[in-house]
Design a protein around this ligand. Structure first.
Ligand code: PMP
Length: 396
């Protein structure tokens, strides 16, 4: 996929984009497939005339493609939302409130995305008990602690498939066995993993699964929640009763049609593309770790194929990001874009045991379709020079 061509002092300059966890360019094939639902086929899926029926048809087509990507029992297990944040909110609040008769306890790992932790904290304010499960220094959830924490009054347990800031992949199958032994529900946020790892809700034993369109090269503004047959939820957005009454509001037909097509493409291309990205990732990791006092964050092997995350001592991640952008036209991240305006260090890096000053020196690279193996020396040179310059300037 071509990257935006820029010029610097009159010379053509290629931007290297390394923050696919924050936003992804829409796949041109997806745009081609879905654009007519913005332009000509703009009917409301609830309308009974043919324009409405076409909109309804394409939504059902997308539902089927998403069910196939994650091996859902059938397409009725998929509910469309506006994105991963809404899916996480629906999964957590919807399950906790509908099953309040069972108990008032919710459980999450310490490295969940804030769109999981914050709805749980809201439930806590209204009288639920919230238990946070620690992780080890690589980000793997403490299985024994999880086992000890689950009781029959736990309504929902949320553990992510893979972490967006440190790339660590959780042992979801093992976790689901523990949760199911106690007859409880497991919610899994697969925003960072879907389209890169072969997520299989039946084989992995997942009751609720969050997906995001844009994280699979689909349009922004759509997400989905998989709900296993038999799992009961309460709507958190009442209105016209769309999406089986679980998510009211006129559907975002363009984004949903695009998400379906993005899921179909991801299913076809995932194995090959993940292998390609893994090669670039490993090349970057081995080169970047040659920088003095640089460390990999997250798991060394159980990590997302497109994900490389580091910390550098004695410098600030924000300075790395700005320097890499302005001087080299390389876009990197310091962690989650969703919390980038907060001054506090990332809760994920603190949970893996870093001190505040260590957590401030983080840099996250998430690769995608536009990245090429030829970029490795350009990126590593930019990082080496940046780190050296910033260290020369630092009073630390
Ligand atoms: N979960 C994870 C793991 C994420 O990385 C993100 C952000 N991409 C979200 C949830 C929230 O996604 P959104 O802001 O698109 O709703």
């Amino acid at each position: 996929m071509p990257t935006p061509s820029l010029t610097f002092r009159g010379e053509p300059m290629r931007m290297i984009y390394l923050d696919h966890a924050a936003a992804m360019p829409i796949n041109p094939g997806v745009l081609e497939f879905a654009k007519r639902y913005l332009q000509s086929d703009f009917g409301n899926p609830s309308s009974l005339y043919s324009a409405g029926l076409e909109a309804k048809r394409i939504i059902e087509d997308a539902r089927k493609k998403i069910a196939e990507l994650i091996n859902a029992e059938n397409e009725t297990c998929i509910v469309f939302t506006s994105g991963a944040t809404e899916s996480n909110n629906l999964a957590i609040k919807g399950t906790a409130l509908r099953n309040i008769g069972k108990g008032k306890k919710v459980v999450a790992s310490a490295i969940e995305h804030i769109s999981v932790l914050n709805p749980m904290k809201e439930l806590q304010k209204s009288g639920f008990e919230l238990t946070i499960i620690p992780v080890d220094s690589t980000g793997i959830v403490d299985i024994e602690e999880l086992d000890d924490s689950l009781t029959k009054d736990t309504t929902v347990t949320s553990i992510m498939y893979a972490n967006n800031e440190i790339g660590t992949i959780e042992p979801i199958k093992e976790i689901s066995e523990i949760v199911h032994e106690k007859g409880l529900y497991l919610h899994v946020d697969a925003t960072a993993a879907a389209g890169r790892l072969p997520v299989d809700v039946q084989n992995d034993g997942i009751d609720l699964l969050t997906l995001s369109s844009n994280d699979m090269y689909g349009p922004q503004g759509a997400g989905a929640l998989y709900i296993k047959p038999g799992v009961r939820l309460q709507s958190i957005l009442p209105g016209g009763g769309q999406e089986r009454g679980l998510r009211s509001g006129t559907e975002n037909v363009f984004a949903i049609a695009g998400m379906g097509e993005a899921a179909r493409i991801a299913k076809d291309e995932m194995a090959q593309e993940s292998k390609r990205l893994r090669g670039i990732r490993d090349g970057l990791i081995s080169e970047i770790l040659k920088v003095e006092e640089s460390y990999l964050t997250g798991h060394p092997t159980q990590r997302l194929p497109h994900h490389a995350s580091f910390r550098f001592s004695r410098i600030e991640g924000e300075s790395i990001l700005l320097n890499m952008d302005m001087k080299y036209n390389v876009q990197v991240s310091t962690g989650s874009a969703c919390t980038s305006r907060m001054l506090e260090p990332s809760h994920v890096l603190i949970a893996i045991g870093l001190k505040h000053e260590e957590a401030h020196g983080s840099m996250v690279l998430t690769l995608g379709r536009s990245n090429e193996v030829e970029e490795i020396p350009i990126i590593t040179k930019a990082i080496k020079e940046t780190v050296q310059r910033l260290r020369e300037l630092t009073p630390l």
